[in-house]
Write a protein that binds this ligand. Structure first.
Ligand code: RP5
Length: 164
């Protein structure tokens, strides 16, 4: 299976980004985690991204807060799929990062998940890798079925408990 890369703009993003690790571990997806900044280490971010395909990566996840150019800067240097996680900031609650990540010009897409949406970034990365991996595809279907079962159990519990 191809690897996923998870890149964050600062190690201060780790509490948000680490939620993606749980999902990738659940599906046994190989991954690497890096701290590269679009502003503080632009050369390193570019070099990693340009070599990503030949280094066995199939999808790149980039998380950043504030003026969050990281996902876009990474997408500029590869045609591998790039998933952006806008990280919530104290000043603007993540709207700054959301707009910086999602509002990409035509031809350079970043598949942007919700503010702090690290889990969905990992699920989307898994779905991208599953296009070429039948076993992973089956695991994702099983995960969806388990989620449905869990909601139906909650429905039975809640509807049994609260009624006139
Ligand atoms: C962004 O600025 C990082 O992704 C982080 O979310 C934010 C603050 O970074 P630090 O000042 O905590 O390193 O580049």
């Amino acid at each position: 299976m191809k690897k996923a890369a998870i890149i964050m703009g600062s190690d201060s993003d780790l509490p948000v980004v680490s939620k993606a690790f749980d999902v990738l571990n659940e599906f046994k997806i190989p991954y690497e985690v890096h701290v590269f900044s679009a502003h503080r280490t632009p050369q390193e971010a570019k070099a990693f991204t340009e070599a990503a395909k030949e280094n066995g990566f199939g999808v790149l996840i980039a998380a950043a807060g504030m003026a969050a150019h990281l996902a876009g800067a990474i997408a500029a240097n590869t045609v591998l799929p790039v998933i952006g996680i806008p990280v919530k900031s104290a000043a603007l609650g993540g709207m700054d990062a959301l707009l910086s990540t999602v509002m990409m010009p035509s031809g350079i897409p970043v598949a942007t998940v919700a503010i702090d949406g690290a889990k969905n970034a990992a699920y989307l990365a898994a779905q991208i890798l599953a296009v070429e991996d039948e076993e992973l595809y089956r695991q994702l279907l099983a995960s969806r079925a388990a989620a449905s079962k869990s909601v139906l159990e909650k429905d039975a519990e809640v509807s049994g408990k609260y009624h006139s």
